[in-house]
Design a protein around this ligand. Structure first.
Ligand code: BGC
Length: 568
């Protein structure tokens, strides 16, 4: 068991207070986190670049001539909502995500066996190769191969970077530092939108510049993979205790890191050795059910906010409602900028107001914006380009898209990555993260692959479809997402044991591992009976805790925990 129940909170066991570790936020930790976050830049650039590129005529002429012919043919007789509806064109966008989905399963193994840093290095190298293929593509095959390599990079980067940030960050700053990843994603998207805006005017090879400039974030991440330190958690998990202690001292900026270090050790040794197959365990064991369900649903819901309908296809969407090519790329830049600024807002407030409040506020904002967009499109622009939106209504739609994007950017965007990276115990953290990334990429793929077809079928109703999902998400957050603000990552189990619904998964769970471990015929280890006795001691000590005896209770608990570690 990881941390949690072996290490009860320093104070009340029923309140919302958790152990406090010494240390501050250092320049060193900030710089390493900034460099690591470059993995997000690459993900964002890939998200943002495809919509602009696929709306460029030169690109379509070279790789998708039928789409171009269709686009030019669209007249009053044809449905404007369908002008980009082409499976191959959507495959260009979506192939990256399906490749990412497969690669993240390998990435999990690398992250666990060799650490977070080599995983980032592999991501950087895949990105560099993918960019080379894409920018020099002579045919569709080269183009798709490049996208697949970029997808491998995304799978490795999205696996390692959020974990890296959560493990390096001091508890108090974990939310903010982890959101650096999402900030990098949004900067990547904005950068891609800006690049598209300019290269759209560079005929006939502008698209090559767009795809080639992805080399910048790719190189940055590769450099990061070479120079960044490994996380203390990963070092300790792989038995490199001294190295782990040294990094911990450096990133916390103090010499005495023993309390946190001991908890890391307990977290790493108590379970890690028992877990041979983290994937099987995380999928089948009851005690990981809450983290698993929440992580999977967070990713599913994140994509069903409809965000990537905007991020991938904003230029295409704006052209659909009647904007000229330039105006639509320009509007995508505005949306991208709002995305970045709102993510900064999330960094500032997430460790103060908490995760739940951000989710709930944003849900209402998204719902209102989406239904308003549907209303405008539904009344003003039924089917054809001849009824394209008036200028003022067009501007209103852009404003509403910004309202929607901003709320996503301080809620489902960053929290979709933050929460899975902080709720799994260390022993299954890589596997849990990998499942979260795969689910995210699967649904990203799905949206990329079907959005243009859905737009063609449902027209403006597509926004109502996403709005309805947002309401389901509100209920889910309200009932099932516990607040994780300020909870040390190694004490996260307490959050579940105190939750009205999830606590049912934790009855007697703390002992289960040790009972399992002691049924191994290993006579050096304590018997199950001994352990149960020890555990009941811990329970009564915890129950006895009140404000006067708190310190001695804590000492007893720590002593018992240490005994357990020595024994097991
Ligand atoms: C999501 C992406 C999305 C991006 C937008 C990320 O958190 O995973 O799918 O495109 O946010 O900023």
């Amino acid at each position: 068991m990881t941390g949690g129940s072996m290490l009860p909170a320093a104070s009340s066991t029923t309140g919302a207070e958790y152990k406090h570790y010494e240390g501050r936020i250092t320049v060193y930790v900030l710089l390493t986190c900034l460099l690591a976050a470059c993995g997000g830049l690459m993900f964002g650039y890939d998200i943002g670049i495809s919509g602009g590129v696929t709306s460029m005529d030169d690109f379509l002429q070279k790789f998708f001539p039928t789409v171009l012919a269709n686009k030019r043919k669209v007249g009053a007789s044809k449905n404007a909502y369908c002008k980009y509806n082409n499976q191959k064109l959507q495959a260009f966008t979506s192939s990256l995500y399906i490749a990412g989905l497969v690669s993240t399963l390998f990435a999990s193994l690398v992250t666990r066996r060799y650490g977070r840093r080599p995983t980032m290095l592999i991501a950087g190298l895949c990105f560099v190769l993918g960019v080379l293929f894409n920018t020099s593509a002579q045919n569709l095959l080269m183009l798709i191969l490049g996208r697949v390599l970029l997808g491998w990079g995304v799978g490795f980067a999205n696996q390692a970077v959020p974990l890296y940030l959560s493990e390096m960050a001091p508890t108090k700053w974990r939310g903010g530092l982890n959101i650096l990843f999402q900030l990098a994603v949004t900067i990547g998207i904005l950068f891609a939108n800006l690049v598209n805006y300019f290269t759209g005017k560079v005929a006939p090879q502008g698209w090559r510049i767009s795809l080639g400039l992805a080399g910048i974030p790719a190189a940055l991440l590769t450099i990061g993979g070479i120079f960044l330190p490994e996380t203390p958690n990963s070092l300790v998990q792989r038995g490199k205790l001294e190295a782990g202690r040294t990094v911990l001292r450096k990133i916390r900026g103090i010499d005495n890191v023993e309390t946190e270090f001991k908890d890391l050790q307990i977290a790493a040794t108590a379970d890690a050795e028992l877990i041979q197959n983290p994937f099987k365990n995380v999928l089948l064991q009851r005690r990981y059910r809450p983290q698993l369900i929440i992580s999977v649903l967070l990713q599913f819901f994140q994509q069903f906010t409809g965000i990537n309908a905007i991020m991938f296809y904003a230029p295409v969407l704006f052209q659909t409602i009647g904007f000229a090519s330039n105006a639509s790329l320009y509007s995508a830049v505005i949306t991208g900028a709002v995305n970045v600024l709102s993510t900064v807002a999330a960094i500032v407030v997430v460790d103060k107001v908490g995760r739940r409040l951000l989710f709930l506020e944003a849900g209402f904002q998204m719902f209102i914006a989406q239904t308003a967009i549907a209303g405008i499109l539904g009344t003003a622009m039924k089917n054809t380009p001849s009824t394209a939106l008036s200028h003022s209504l067009g501007v209103l739609v852009v404003v509403l898209v910004c309202v929607y994007t901003s709320s996503f950017a301080w809620s489902w965007g960053p929290l979709g990555w933050l929460i899975p990276s902080e709720i799994f115990p260390l022993d299954v953290r890589s596997a849990g993260q990998s499942i979260a990334v795969s689910v995210n990429l699967f649904f990203t793929f799905l949206i990329a692959q079907v959005f243009l077809s859905l737009l063609c079928t449902f027209k403006w109703g597509i926004f109502l479809f996403f709005a309805a999902w947002v309401m389901v998400m509100q209920a889910f957050v309200l009932l099932f997402i516990p607040e994780t603000k300020g909870v040390p990552i190694e004490e996260m189990e307490l959050v579940w044991t105190r939750h009205w619904f999830w606590k049912r998964y934790f009855k007697m769970q703390p002992m289960q591992n040790h009972i399992n471990c002691c049924n191994n015929n290993n006579t050096d280890l304590p018997s199950a009976d001994q352990l149960i006795k020890l555990d009941s001691n811990l329970t009564s000590l915890t129950a006895a805790a009140d404000s006067n005896s708190l310190q001695s209770t804590q000492n007893n608990i720590t002593a018992n925990s240490a005994t357990l570690v020595q024994m097991g």
